[in-house]
Design a protein around this ligand. Structure first.
Ligand SMILES: Cc1cc2nc3c(=O)[nH]c(=O)nc-3n(C[C@H](O)[C@H](O)[C@H](O)COP(=O)(O)OP(=O)(O)OC[C@H]3O[C@@H](n4cnc5c(N)ncnc54)[C@H](O)[C@@H]3O)c2cc1C
Length: 319
């Protein structure tokens, strides 16, 4: 049996958690899911549709929002109770954080950014995982009675595999220290737009955009195409856009149908976040920029004239 830690944000299931459920389902028919916080009750149907047999809902007065160590404590209690072969989570910042805490609590190793798993009854589990931002695949043997692993985003496609799921609520035993780090307030962001992780179209800008104001045409095109705006780390470091929009190794890993990279050179760390896009269009003045090695189509030109023209053409095409 496998336990999956499924993340949610105020009751909205993280879609990457469904990829983790599918990855777990490929290893064992019995996939039981840990969801933390009473808000997560709403996730049960979707988890059942993807193959969860049981949803264990950890409910506690202190669990009002994301609380990583408490989530790990709840997972530790499930491990003790259920003795799963593995605990799996999506390889998101939150999934990695919770499983790293769980590893510390269990004094067990954790495999992050994992692309494939072969479980072994002897406890010598084989994992293949991304290293160097996905430029290298490492095969490793993890010696542990229970394998802890996070699944690299978008290496698995979430598929439905309906089960008649049951929900079981439990109250984890928490120490005060377990809730010392938690979300207590939210400011800015969360404006209700399409999130990067779910967007089918992403219009992304890099240093070539030149300024915060330069993003106006990117915002317009994203809105016209029903997509989201992304950016490179140079852009977030300059304060032109928030970190939540950063694509890459230290940002969000995305897999849209269309990724339009405007004034982005295509550094390894950026490509690590967008290489799963189905189609990449690069708009760049430099025909030799590394992004050209990944782009399916390229426009060699100044984005400050290409983008407004693209916005106009898209507007005209939409009538
Ligand atoms: C540990 C580590 C983690 C990192 N994580 C990330 C990450 O998660 N995401 C990330 O993006 N980066 C990350 N980086 C940074 C990364 O190495 C690059 O520095 C960064 O991606 C470059 O951003 P850029 O492409 O916007 O800028 P540049 O590399 O400076 O490229 C700008 C591009 O714009 C083009 N250009 C300029 N003017 C125009 C114009 N008018 N019209 C069209 N094109 C134009 C240029 O030809 C150039 O190709 C990380 C680095 C490290 C060391």
């Amino acid at each position: 049996m496998i336990v999956v830690y499924a993340d949610h944000d105020l009751g909205i299931l993280d879609p990457l958690s469904l990829q983790a459920v599918t990855a777990a389902k490929a290893l064992d028919a019995d996939v039981q899911v840990l969801v933390v916080g009473a808000d997560g009750r709403s996730t049960a149907d979707e988890l059942g549709a993807h193959g969860a047999t049981v949803v264990h809902l950890a409910v506690h007065d202190a669990l009002t929002d994301y609380t990583p160590l408490a989530a790990a404590r709840a997972a530790q209690q499930l491990v003790t109770e259920l003795s799963p072969q593995a605990v799996i989570s999506a390889g998101t910042p939150r999934g990695n954080e919770v499983l790293a805490h769980l590893g510390a609590l269990l004094d067990a190793p954790m495999s992050a950014d994992t692309v494939s798993i072969t479980l072994s009854a002897s406890g010598d589990h084989e994992v293949v995982r991304n290293r160097w931002g996905g430029n290298l695949l490492e095969t490793a043997i993890v010696h542990a009675p229970v394998l802890l692993a996070t699944i690299a985003p978008h290496t698995v496609t979430a598929v439905e595999s309906p089960e008649s799921v049951t929900m079981r609520e439990f109250t984890p035993a928490l120490d005060p220290i377990d809730t010392a780090v938690r979300v207590i307030d939210r400011t800015g962001g969360g404006g209700g737009g399409i999130g990067l992780a779910d967007a089918r179209v992403i219009v992304s800008g890099g240093r070539g955009v030149g300024s915060a104001e330069g993003f106006e045409s990117l915002d317009q095109l994203a809105e016209l195409l029903g997509g989201a705006v992304g950016c490179s780390r140079v852009v977030t470091s300059a304060g032109w856009r928030p970190h939540s929009e950063q694509v890459g190794q230290t940002g969000t890993k995305v897999a849209p149908d269309l990724y339009i990279a405007c004034g982005i050179s295509g550094a390894t760390q950026h490509i690590a976040g967008c290489r799963s896009a189905k189609t990449i269009i690069a708009i760049n003045t430099d025909k030799d920029a590394p992004i050209m090695g990944f782009a399916h189509y390229a426009v060699i030109g100044d984005l400050h004239s290409v983008m407004p023209a693209l916005v106009e053409a898209t507007r005209a095409a939409k009538g």
